[in-house]
Ligand binder design. Structure first.
Ligand code: ATP
Length: 235
């Protein structure tokens, strides 16, 4: 049994077929990249995995639980990092994480310990009192990752986490991803930039118009591009 099994999912918005029969199985500990152009269906797929969107048909199973039948259990297993901050800019870093820790039901010493761990892990401990709207892009992305980690999930689903990061911030983020994988977490990361995902992921799913057209390593994708079968933005 795979940790995440996606079986022929479809999702349309009006006459736009955002996801068009995607299937894949992912084992624990993989760092999976969703690569595809703008509008390929990456975000919609991720939102269905984290129960924010419902497939028109098909099934998603996590730890052998259908996500629609067990949304609460599944949400505990998954940390979600959307592609926008969506925060409360007038809060400082610690207040922001604490707000979400309380929302996740963490209490007392456990909450304090989890906040300390996450501040240290994301290197935001020295910025704990800085207002969220005074953070750099790289610091903001690390804060969003920290929020996704609050419930200590098995699986992390990160939508375009490296978009707009400068090379240094990208390396810092990539190192956090590696550390999480070393801790046995399974990660899903989206981007439309192959080199960005190639650096972080050990398995890529190339999505085009809601369909999976290839899966493999970054090198195998480059090979397929050379064959002329696929188009993907390289840099
Ligand atoms: P991007 O890289 O630009 O975020 P993406 O690969 O994540 O793109 P999606 O955001 O999943 O792609 O969008 C897939 C298609 O579905 C697009 O054509 C998009 O406009 C459409 N779409 C997504 N969400 C909605 C919605 N709530 N209402 C209408 N159309 C939507």
């Amino acid at each position: 049994m795979s940790l995440v099994e996606v079986d022929s999912i479809y999702r349309a918005f009006g006459n736009v077929q955002a996801v068009n029969g995607l299937s894949f199985s992912i084992d624990q500990g993989q760092i999976v990249g969703f690569i595809g152009a703008n509008g390929a269906g990456k975000t919609t797929t991720m939102r269905m995995m984290v129960t924010l969107e419902v497939p028109d048909s098909g099934a998603i199973r996590i730890c052998d639980m259908d996500v629609l039948d067990h949304p609460r259990e599944v949400r505990k297993l998954i940390g979600w990092m959307p592609d926008h901050f969506g925060g409360y800019p007038n809060m400082d870093v610690l207040e922001y994480l604490d707000f979400y820790a309380r929302a996740f039901g963490l209490k007392g010493k456990e909450r304090r310990r989890q906040l300390d761990d996450i501040l240290a892990f994301t290197d935001l401990d020295v910025l704990a009192e800085r207002p969220c709207d005074r953070l750099s892009k790289g610091q903001t992305q690390r804060l969003c990752l920290g929020r996704a980690l609050l419930s200590d999930p098995e699986i992390l689903v990160l939508d375009e986490p490296a978009a707009g990061l400068d090379p240094k911030a990208r390396i810092e983020f990539k190192n956090l991803v590696r550390l999480l994988a070393d801790r046995g977490k399974t990660l899903f990361i989206s981007s439309h930039i192959l080199s960005e995902l190639g650096e972080m992921c050990n398995h890529l799913l190339f999505i085009d118009q809601g369909r999976q057209v290839h899966q493999g390593t970054a090198d195998s994708l480059k090979y397929h591009k050379a064959e002329g079968g696929l188009t993907v933005r390289m840099r």
